[in-house]
Design a binder for this molecule. Structure first.
Ligand SMILES: [Zn+2]
Length: 518
């Protein structure tokens, strides 16, 4: 999808004059709550005075999620926004996504966004960069559809994102200059990359367990790694055992589909600078289907467990697009991919396994399997000598109980890293909140016969899961764990996330990586 940022409304109107009034063209006006009367203060908008009259007639009060479509004399959509004081970058994603969905429904191809006079900070520092990336993201995330299994053309969905003509954006009355134009261009490009990464993740997560097996994920990694020029190493089940990842292997044992361990490596281009290159590992939970194993889930809780690979798919999305960002940091994508199934070889409750870092684990519940796969993946990441590890995992239902279905829980051993991930999420719009580790809870994970057991009691389950993982990274490496069990998959859809996979985590981490090499 292409965008064209225009510095004045007059320019847009002039451009439109060259083509006669067309029925597939729309002007979309964002109006802050309580500001419905002053959006026409901008003199260049006097051609739209009819809207002012129409809104008066309708007694329209701008409010987030409230719109009016006016079809003549010029097709226009007046789109209510948050209060000016509550407005943030995510409001932009919602604004763009909603409006384009309305345009798509009305078979309109030519869209112009007219932003209101924004609060000052949006025009300072990185403001225009983030506004632009939010526009690109709102468009491509909001229009995403997964309809490949629909066989009737009619069900295959409406207009594709690419079907829109270049989308014009007017960011309000600011004087554009070269520097600002550069910021906007870079922001739009970045937003396209982050949303493509998230949509790539969504595609894989939405694939059912009979298609998206561990081998399928490994093949995708292999395929795109040659395409984008990054390194890819795959371990099969024999390599996994040989490398002593027996905590991970224990989970994989009960499935006919064998596990795969995926390691992708992006290396920055060598530069003249002799600074030490920062190495960051991104680890994703990749349970391609979680039946619970012998601690079998009740059927209600088993539906949608194809999404238990959401962390891994986000990592694949990040690694697929990371080379486009020209980062100065080295990035490792690490996935221990397997299924959790209950056949005759399956791991039993009471079994004891030895993890890669030498610690023994007593299995109390085979459905607490994500942490067993991540334990070895985290140790592997530390062993390759990275400075930082970020893991993303649909780890616990307890995290959803604690924070709801829209917010991820963030934990770890380094306050600075945790804070900077949460700060980044405020820009990416992927809601994240810290959950506190608590030494009083450590006792819950003690086992009478092994070094640790794999489950605590019913209280604070997201935290004990995080504290379990902490046993598999030393304090020599900065580590942050993101439990995405809540927002990774949505049955109803929310904001710019249609029903199904959201791809959560991919964008926040790409925003974070971008800052690491500036
Ligand atoms: Zn499970």
């Amino acid at each position: 999808m292409e965008f064209k940022v225009v510095s004045s409304v007059e320019k847009i109107l002039k451009e439109c004059e060259n083509r006669p009034e067309s029925f597939d063209r729309i002007f979309v006006f964002g109006v802050f709550e309580g500001h419905e009367n002053d959006f026409l203060k901008n003199k260049s908008l006097n051609k739209f005075y009819f809207l002012y009259k129409r809104l008066k007639q309708l007694d329209f009060k701008a409010k987030k999620g409230k719109n009016v479509l006016v079809e003549s004399p010029i097709t226009s959509l007046v789109h209510g926004l948050d209060k000016k004081t509550k407005f943030n970058y995510d409001s932009i994603r919602c604004f763009v996504s909603n409006s384009l969905k309305i345009a798509r429904k009305n078979k309109i191809k030519d869209v112009t966004f007219i932003f209101p006079d924004m609060p000052n900070e949006y025009y300072l520092d990185d403001g225009l960069f983030f506004m632009s990336s939010a526009v690109a993201e709102g468009a491509s995330l909001g229009l995403y559809e997964f309809k490949k299994y629909k066989t009737k053309d009619a069900d295959k969905g409406g207009k594709k994102a690419e079907d829109f003509r270049p989308i014009r954006v007017y960011f309000g009355p600011i004087a554009m200059n070269k520097a600002k134009e550069k910021q906007v261009k870079e922001g739009l490009d970045f937003g396209k990359i982050t949303s493509e990464a998230a949509n790539f993740a969504r595609d894989m997560i939405n694939e059912p367990g009979n298609v998206a097996t561990p081998i399928y994920l490994a093949n995708i990694a292999k395929e795109f790694s040659t395409e984008v020029g990054i390194e890819c190493k795959i371990f099969d089940e024999k390599d996994i055992v040989k490398h002593k990842m027996l905590s991970f292997y224990g989970v994989a044992r009960g499935s006919k589909n064998p596990p795969r361990f995926i390691h992708l490596i992006y290396k920055p281009k060598p530069t003249a600078k002799k600074n030490k290159i920062k190495k960051i590992a991104i680890v994703g939970k990749g349970v391609t289907f979680d039946s619970g194993g012998l601690s079998l889930k009740p059927s209600d809780f088993m539906t949608n467990m194809k999404s238990d690979k959401s962390g891994a798919c986000a990592v694949l999305g990040i690694m697929r697009y990371v080379s486009k960002l020209n980062l100065g940091a080295e990035v490792h994508g690490i996935i221990a991919a397997c299924e959790n199934m209950p056949d005759g070889h399956a791991q039993r409750p009471d079994d004891i396994v030895k993890a890669l870092n030498g610690k023994t684990i007593e299995i109390e519940n085979t459905d607490a399997e994500g942490r067993l796969t991540l334990a070895d993946a985290l140790t592997f990441a530390e062993n390759i000598g990275v400075d930082e590890i970020i893991d993303i995992a649909t780890l616990t239902g307890a995290c959803v109980v604690a924070l709801g279905e829209y917010t991820s829980g963030v934990m770890g051993n380094d306050k600075t890293l945790i804070n900077s991930i949460i700060k980044t999420s405020e820009i990416s719009g992927e809601k994240m909140w810290e959950l506190p580790f608590d030494d009083n809870m450590r006792e819950k994970l003690s086992s009478p016969i092994a070094d640790i057991r794999n489950i605590g009691n019913r209280y604070g389950g997201a935290i004990t899961a995080g504290m379990f993982l902490e046993e598999f990274v030393s304090d020599k490496v900065k580590w942050c764990h993101i439990d995405i069990a809540g927002p990774s998959f949505t049955k109803t859809g929310f904001t710019y996330n249609p029903k199904g996979a959201t791809g959560v985590g991919a964008r926040t981490i790409l925003y974070y990586l971008r800052q690491q090499s500036c």
